[in-house]
Design a protein around this ligand. Structure first.
Ligand code: ATP
Length: 929
C-alpha cells in the first residue's frame, strides 16, 4: 500500500477537515453528481504540486479555497496533506512514512511541506521523478484525460512512455545541463570580450614596461660607471697623497740635517747676523707666503674650473629634467582630455539611463492605470450585471403582476357585466335611436334656420311681430324634440354598467395596468442600456488588456536596454578610474621630477656660491701678492746693505741657508699639495654622498676590479647616456602597472580555460544523458508496444493494436502513432474509432504501461463512463488483475465497476455545498450494492 491517508481542509467543497483512509486494492468512491468526488482527485493532484489552474478546473488558484455557501462563510486557507507509506523505499527518503502538505492562502501565498519541513516546489517534484506519480505522470487519469492520451499529437503522448522509461529525471538533468551550457557560452563570450579589452591594455603596457626596464637598466649602468669614475679619482688622489707624504718625510729629514749645520756656522756670527737673520727670516717668510699665494692661486683657478664644469653638468641635468616635465605635462593633458571625453560620454549614458528609467516608470504607471481601468470596468460590469439580474427579476415580477391584473380585469369585467344585466344588443338599439333622433333634430334645425332666414330677408309681407311669433314657435318645437333626445341619451347612459367608470378612473384597475405596462417598458429600456454598457465596458477592458500586453513588451525591451546601458556605464566608469589613476601617477612623477629639479637647482646655487667665494679669494690673493712683492723688494735691499759687511764665511752660511730655504719651500709646497689633495678627497666624498646617498667607502672593495682606463669608462658613460636619451619618453610606473594588468590577464585566461573545460564537460554530460535516455526509452517503448497488443486484445476480446515511432531515427523526439483494429474491423488510425472504443483503447495503453512500470497508486475518475455492459465487464476483469499489484481508487457511477471494489467510500452533501465522507464498511457496501 502506498497511499495511506489524505486530509483535506478548506479545499473546494471540503470546508471541514476531512480524513480519508485508503486501503489496499481497489477502492470505489461513490456519490451523486456534484457531491465532490472529483474534488478529492483535484486535492490529490494539487498536493503533488499541480500548477495549472485549468487542470484544477479553476480560473485562478485561489478558487480552490472553499468559497462559502448560503449558510457558511468563505474560508481564507486551503490545506491538503497526503500521507504516503515508503516502506518499499520508492521515494528517495530514508523514512517509512512521508507526509506531503500544501497550503494556500487567499492572498496567494503558497507553501509546501515534506514531513512538516518547508520545501520548494522543485524539491517536491524531484521526489516523485520517474515514479509514475506527479504532475505529468499517469497515476491520475481523469474523465477525458484517457481520451486526451489518444487525441494528443503523437509527440505529446511521449510523456507516458518517458515516465515509464524513468527518463524524466534525465530529461530534467539534460535541460539543466543545456541551461548551464548556454550560461557557460554566455559567460565565455563575456570573458572573451573583457579579455580582448584587457589584452589591448596588456600589450601597450608590456611595450612600455619593457622600455622602462631598459631605462632602469641604463640608469643603473650610468650610475655604476659614475661610481667607478669617482672611485678611480678617489684612488688616484689617495696614491698622490701617499707619494706626497713620502716626499714630505724625506724633506723633513734633510731639513733637520741642514739646520744642524747652519746652527754650528751661526755660532759666532749669531750676534751679528741676528738682525740680518731676522730680516732674512722675514724675507723668507714673505717669500714663502708669496709662493704659497701662487700655489693657492693656481689651486683656486683649478677649483673654479672644476666647479664651472660641475655647474655645466648640473645645468644639463636640469634641462633634461625640464624636458621630462614638459613631456609629463603633455601626457597628462592628453589623459585629462580623454578623461573629459569619457565623463561626457558617461553623462550621456546616464541621461539615457534616466530617460529609460523614466520610460519604465511611465509604462509601469500606464500598466497600473490600465489595470485600474480594467478593475473599474469589472466593478461597473459586476454592478451592472447584478442590476440586470435584479431588473430581470423586477421585470418578471411586473409581468407576473400584469398577468394577474389582466386576469383580474377580465374576471371583474365579466362579473360586472353579468351583474349589471348589460346587453350589447340593447345598447346598440339605444345608440341607433339617439343617433337617428339627433339627425332628425339637425335636419329640423337646418330647415327652420333657412325658413327664418328667408323670412327675415324678404318678409313675405309680414311685419316684425309675426316673424318673432313664428320664431318662438320654431324654438318651442325644437325644445320639444331636444327633450325627446335627452330622454333617449339618458336611456342609453342608463343602459351602460356603472362599474366601468370605476375601471377607467385614475385609481382604477385599467390605469394600474397601464402603469405596469409603462414600468415594464421602462425596465426593458434600462436593461437594454445596461447590457449595452456591459458590452462597451467588456470591449474597453479587452482593449486595455491588449494595451497592457504591448506596454509589458515595451517594458521588457526597456529593461533589457537599461541593463545594457548600466553595463556600458560601468565600463566607462572603470575606464575613467584607470585614467584618473594614470593622471595621479603622472602628477606624482611630475612632483618627483620637480623635486629633482629643485635639488639640482640647489646644488647649482651651492656650486655657484663656491665659485663666487673662490673668485673673491683669487682677487684678495692678487692684492696680497702685490703688497708682498713690494715688501720683499724693500727687505732684499736692506739685507744686501747689511750683509755687505759680513765675511766670506757668511758665503757658506748663505749657501746653507739658501738650501734650507729651498728645502722649507719644498716642504711648504708638499704640505700645501697634501692639504689640497685632502680637500679634493673631502669634496669627492661629499659629492659622492650627495649624488648616491651613500658613502664612497662602502664601494671601496670594487677598486681592485676596476677597469682603470678612465677614457674607456667615460666613453661607456656617454654611450649609456646617449641610449637613455634615445629611449625618449618613458612611463616610469609601467612595470608595476603591467604586473597588475598581467595578473588580471592571466586570471581571465585561466577563467576562459576553466569555462572551456566546463563546456566540454557539459557537452559530454548532455551526450551521455541523451545516450542513456535513448536506450531506456527504446527498451520501455518495445515492452509497452508488446503489452499494448495484449491488453488491447483482452479489452476488446480480440482484434489487434500497434504502436509506431513517427521518426525512429530520432528516438528522443519522435512522436508515437497508435493504430487499433477492434475485432472484425480494419486496422485504423485511432481518430476513426467510436467514443467507447477510444476509451477502451486508452485504458489498454494505460494498463500496458502499468505492466512495464506500475505506478504505486492509480486514480481513475469515471474513465468507464463511455463503456457498454460487455466492455465494462472486461475492464473490471483487467482492473481486478492490476488491483492485486497496485492500489486503485476508482470514481464511478457504474454499478458493475463498484462490484469489483474491495472498499467503498461515499461522499455526500448533507449540508448543501459542503462535502462529507461516509465510510462504508464492506457489509454496508454490499447492502448498498
Ligand atoms: N472553491 C469551492 N468552494 C466550494 N465549493 C466548490 C468549490 N469549488 C468547487 N466546488 C463545488 O464542488 C462541486 C463539484 O464537485 P465535483 O466535481 O467533485 O463533483 P463530482 O462528485 O465529481 O460530480 P460528478 O459525479 O458530476 O462528476 C460543485 O458543486 C462546486 O460548486
Amino acid at each position: 500500500m502506498f497511499l495511506k491517508r489524505i486530509e483535506i481542509m478548506g479545499f473546494k467543497s471540503f470546508a471541514d477537515r476531512t480524513h480519508i483512509d485508503f486501503t489496499d486494492g481497489i477502492t470505489a468512491l461513490l456519490g451523486p453528481n456534484g457531491c465532490g468526488k472529483s474534488n478529492i482527485v483535484d486535492a490529490m493532484k494539487w498536493v503533488l504540486g499541480e500548477q495549472s489552474t485549468k487542470n484544477m478546473r479553476a480560473e485562478k488558484m485561489e478558487d480552490v479555497i472553499f468559497n462559502g455557501t448560503d449558510e457558511r462563510k468563505a474560508l481564507n486557507v486551503a490545506e491538503v496533506t497526503l500521507i504516503i507509506s515508503n516502506e518499499e523505499n520508492l521515494l528517495d527518503l530514508d523514512l517509512s512514512e512521508i507526509s506531503i502538505k500544501r497550503r494556500l492562502y487567499r492572498n496567494g501565498d503558497s507553501e509546501y511541506f515534506v514531513n512538516n519541513t518547508l520545501v520548494k516546489l522543485k524539491e517536491l517534484r524531484e521526489l516523485f521523478y520517474d515514479t509514475g506519480i506527479g504532475k505529468s505522470a499517469y497515476s491520475i487519469m481523469e474523465q477525458g484525460k484517457i481520451d486526451q492520451v489518444l487525441s494528443n499529437k503523437p509527440e505529446e503522448r511521449r510523456y507516458l512512455f518517458e515516465e515509464a522509461a524513468g527518463i524524466t529525471r534525465f530529461k530534467m538533468k539534460g535541460s539543466e545541463a543545456e541551461r548551464k551550457l548556454n550560461k557557460t557560452n554566455e559567460n565565455m563570450v563575456q570573458v572573451e570580450n573583457i579579455l580582448s579589452e584587457v589584452k589591448k591594455n596588456y600589450e601597450t603596457l608590456k611595450k612600455q614596461s619593457d622600455k622602462t626596464l631598459i631605462y632602469r637598466q641604463l640608469r643603473e649602468e650610468i650610475s655604476s660607471i659614475d661610481i667607478d669614475l669617482q672611485l678611480l679619482k678617489y684612488n688616484q688622489l689617495v696614491s698622490q697623497l701617499q707619494s706626497k707624504e713620502k716626499i714630505l718625510n724625506k724633506e723633513l729629514e734633510n731639513k733637520g740635517k741642514i739646520v744642524e749645520e747652519i746652527n754650528s756656522l751661526n755660532g759666532n756670527l749669531a750676534s751679528n747676523l741676528d738682525e740680518v737673520n731676522s730680516m732674512e727670516n722675514e724675507l723668507i717668510e714673505d717669500q714663502k707666503r708669496l709662493y704659497g699665494l701662487d700655489l693657492e692661486k693656481e689651486n683656486l683657478s683649478d677649483r673654479i674650473k672644476f666647479l664651472g664644469e660641475q655647474l655645466g653638468e648640473l645645468e644639463n641635468q636640469k634641462q633634461t629634467l625640464k624636458q621630462k616635465e614638459l613631456d609629463f605635462l603633455d601626457k597628462k593633458e592628453g589623459f585629462k582630455k580623454e578623461e573629459v571625453n569619457r565623463k561626457n560620454s558617461l553623462q550621456e549614458f546616464k541621461d539615457q539611463l534616466k530617460d529609460i528609467e523614466n520610460n519604465i516608470l511611465n509604462f509601469q504607471k500606464n500598466i497600473k492605470s490600465a489595470e485600474i481601468g480594467i478593475d473599474e470596468n469589472s466593478r461597473i460590469i459586476k454592478e451592472t450585471e447584478s442590476r440586470i439580474v435584479q431588473g430581470e427579476k423586477d421585470r418578471e415580477t411586473l409581468q407576473h403582476k400584469l398577468r394577474d391584473l389582466t386576469d383580474n380585469i377580465v374576471h371583474q369585467l365579466d362579473q360586472g357585466l353579468k351583474n349589471s344585466g348589460f346587453s350589447i344588443k340593447k345598447k346598440k338599439e339605444l345608440e341607433e335611436k339617439v343617433i337617428s333622433q339627433l339627425k332628425a333634430v339637425q335636419i329640423q334645425l337646418e330647415g327652420k334656420i333657412r325658413l327664418f332666414d328667408d323670412s327675415s330677408r324678404v318678409g313675405h309681407g309680414k311685419d316684425d311681430s309675426e316673424i318673432w311669433d313664428s320664431g318662438v314657435l320654431i324654438l318651442r318645437e325644437f325644445q320639444k324634440n331636444l327633450s325627446v333626445l335627452e330622454e333617449s341619451i339618458h336611456n342609453l347612459a342608463d343602459s351602460l354598467p356603472d362599474f366601468l367608470e370605476e375601471f377607467l378612473a385614475p385609481s382604477g384597475i385599467i390605469s394600474k395596468k397601464r402603469d405596469i405596462d409603462d414600468n415594464i417598458e421602462k425596465l426593458a429600456l434600462s436593461l437594454k442600456n445596461d447590457r449595452d454598457s456591459v458590452k462597451t465596458k467588456t470591449d474597453e477592458s479587452m482593449k486595455l488588456n491588449i494595451r497592457i500586453q504591448e506596454y509589458r513588451n515595451t517594458l521588457e525591451e526597456l529593461r533589457v536596454n537599461k541593463a545594457r546601458m548600466a553595463t556600458q556605464i560601468t565600463a566607462i566608469e572603470d575606464n575613467i578610474q584607470v585614467l584618473s589613476r594614470e593622471i595621479m601617477e603622472l602628477e606624482e612623477q611630475i612632483r618627483n621630477n620637480l623635486e629633482e629639479i629643485n635639488h639640482v637647482e640647489a646644488r647649482k646655487m651651492e656650486t655657484q656660491k663656491k665659485i663666487d667665494e673662490s673668485g673673491i679669494l683669487l682677487k684678495n690673493h692678487d692684492v696680497s701678492k702685490k703688497d708682498l712683492l713690494l715688501k720683499l723688494k724693500k727687505l732684499e735691499k736692506s739685507i744686501q746693505n747689511r750683509t755687505k759687511d759680513v765675511s766670506g764665511k757668511e758665503g757658506e752660511l748663505k749657501k746653507k741657508n739658501a738650501d734650507l730655504q729651498k728645502l722649507i719651500l719644498n716642504l711648504e709646497k708638499v704640505n700645501l699639495e697634501i692639504e689640497h689633495i685632502n680637500t679634493d678627497l673631502q669634496e669627492l666624498k661629499q659629492n659622492f654622498r650627495e649624488n648616491n646617498s651613500a658613502d664612497i667607502m662602502s664601494f671601496i672593495e670594487r677598486i681592485p676590479f676596476l677597469n682603470t682606463n678612465r677614457q674607456d669608462l667615460k666613453s661607456d658613460y656617454s654611450a649609456a647616456r646617449e641610449k637613455l636619451r634615445a629611449l625618449g619618453q618613458v612611463n616610469l610606473m609601467a612595470p608595476e602597472e603591467f604586473s597588475e594588468v598581467k595578473e588580471r590577464y592571466d586570471f581571465l585566461n585561466k577563467q576562459l580555460e576553466d569555462l572551456r573545460t566546463a563546456k566540454e564537460h557539459l557537452i559530454q554530460v548532455t551526450n551521455e544523458i541523451r545516450k542513456e535516455s535513448a536506450h531506456l526509452f527504446q527498451k520501455t517503448y518495445q515492452e509497452i508496444k508488446k503489452n499494448f497488443n495484449e491488453t488491447f486484445r483482452r479489452m476488446f476480446g480480440g482484434g489487434r493494436a500497434e504502436l509506431k515511432l513517427v521518426d525512429p531515427e530520432n528516438i528522443l523526439e519522435s512522436g508515437i502513432e497508435i493504430y487499433a483494429q477492434p475485432p472484425g474491423k480494419k486496422l485504423e488510425n485511432i481518430a476513426l474509432l467510436s467514443g467507447g472504443e477510444r476509451s477502451l483503447t486508452g485504458v489498454a495503453l494505460l494498463f500496458a504501461t502499468y505492466k512495464v512500470k506500475p505506478s504505486p497508486f492509480c486514480i481513475l475518475d469515471e474513465i468507464d463512463a463511455a463503456l457498454d455492459e460487455a466492455n465494462i465487464q472486461r475492464f473490471i476483469n483487467v482492473l481486478m488483475d492490476f488491483g492485486e499489484r497496485s492500489q486503485f481508487i476508482v470514481i464511478t457511477h457504474n454499478k458493475k465497476t463498484v462490484t469489483g471494489a474491495k472498499t467503498l467510500l461515499g461522499i455526500t452533501m448533507q449540508e448543501s455545498g459542503v462535502s462529507k465522507l461516509i465510510a462504508m464498511k464492506i457489509g454496508e457496501a454490499n447492502e448498498t450494492r
